[in-house]
Design a protein around this ligand. Structure first.
Ligand code: SF4
Ligand code: SF4
Ligand code: SF4
Length: 345
């Protein structure tokens, strides 16, 4: 089959575009990152949380964060409602909004309808973090042993790619500061380095916020899910396997799933709750792989394809050379035919 220059260009474009546009994500995805075997994490059990906010105060004290007044009154010392440049750990509340304000006292805890529930929001220390992948100067890093995702202010150029890339809306920029920085939970890495617990896990009175190795926390969550609602259970506090006295309580009506087991490639902060996780502000309509597996896969493919122009040029040179040769041969043939005819005449 004769291949002309137009055919060659069409084929090349179709090959490049086709691989990107077939919708076959696996064709371009890189291998997902794996949870380090000794990765540390936190199990937040929303049903154990009493909304005391001791974890918020401890977090601010441990990380030197300033108070923040966001309500209608500034009479309260610290009243953040959301994550911000001043608040890296916040307790939020879900309420069934169909219940009128006059009947709020009838709401039942950890119930979706006619109910309410608490939620602790901060960095989830993703197994395959988008923020680390998006940062152009390695100011976001993931520790290969603990898996803690840390922000390094001394390297940060303030581009805020991490802010836009995080699927959980976690990193916040200090817009009100002259030399603003990114702020997010560092899982109290500075305290862990001294052998101490993250501040929020340390002060939580109920064990709603529990520290441990991620693998052990997953097993603990599975144990709770394996019990019948109403059964008595001994809930650990502080650190899983630590020496702090546990407390006994009844197993609640859990959602039969652990958030963070697989969402977006998994997270080192795990959640259990009695109401659906999307009601608690966690994205649920998400794939089981981290977005960087796709974005980095495409990047690597494009880098690989930077050799494509060279291949393209080589191909074109070949086509031109071959076509020219064929043309010369045809002309030579026709010339000899003509002279034969002349000789005959
Ligand atoms: S939750 Fe956001 S900021 Fe935290 S590790 Fe994941 S992508 Fe990064
Ligand atoms: S681990 Fe430390 S920084 Fe993170 S929320 Fe808890 S107290 Fe705050
Ligand atoms: S300290 Fe524990 S119980 Fe109190 S708000 Fe924080 S997570 Fe909930």
């Amino acid at each position: 089959m004769a291949l002309n220059r137009r055919d060659f260009l069409k084929l090349s474009a179709a090959g490049v575009g086709g691989a990107l546009c077939t919708g076959n994500a696996q064709a371009v995805q890189r291998e997902p990152k794996k949870l380090p075997p000794d990765a540390v994490g936190m199990l937040y059990d929303s049903t154990l949380c009493i909304g005391c906010k001791a974890c918020m105060s401890a977090c601010k004290a441990a990380n030197g964060m300033p108070p923040e007044q966001t309500g209608e009154t500034d009479l309260m010392w610290d009243t953040p409602l959301e994550l911000s440049g001043k608040t890296i750990n916040v307790i939020k509340v879900y309420r069934d909004e169909t219940v009128p304000a006059s009947a709020q006292e009838t709401l039942v805890k950890d119930q979706e309808q006619n109910g309410y529930a608490f939620m602790k929001r901060h960095c989830l220390h993703c197994v395959d973090p988008s923020c680390v992948s998006a940062c152009p100067v390695s100011a976001m890093t993931k520790d290969p042993l603990t898996g803690i995702v840390e922000h390094h202010a001394n390297r940060c150029i303030g581009c805020r790619y991490c802010v836009y890339s995080c699927p959980f809306g976690v990193p916040k920029y200090e817009y009100n500061e002259a030399f603003g920085q990114i702020q997010k939970c560092q899982f109290c890495a500075h305290l862990q380095a001294k052998g101490e617990l993250p501040a929020c896990c340390d002060v939580c009175p109920t064990g709603a916020t529990l520290f441990g190795k991620v693998r052990d926390l997953q097993a603990e969550a599975e144990r709770r899910l394996g019990k019948q609602p109403g059964e008595t259970y001994v809930f650990p506090r502080g650190k899983l396997g630590g020496d702090r006295p546990p407390h006994e309580a009844r197993i609640p009506e859990y959602r039969k799933e652990i958030y963070g087991d697989k969402e977006l490639g998994g997270t080192q902060i795990l959640y259990m709750a009695g109401v659906p996780f999307d009601k608690l502000g966690l994205p649920t309509n998400v794939p089981n792989y981290g977005y960087p597996t796709l974005s980095e896969g495409i990047q690597h493919m494009l880098y690989k394809w930077m050799i494509a122009p060279a291949v393209l040029l080589g191909g074109l040179a070949y086509v031109v050379r071959r076509n020219t040769k064929q043309q010369h041969e045809a002309e030579g043939q026709s010339g000899s035919d003509t002279s034969s005819e002349g000789e005959e005449s």
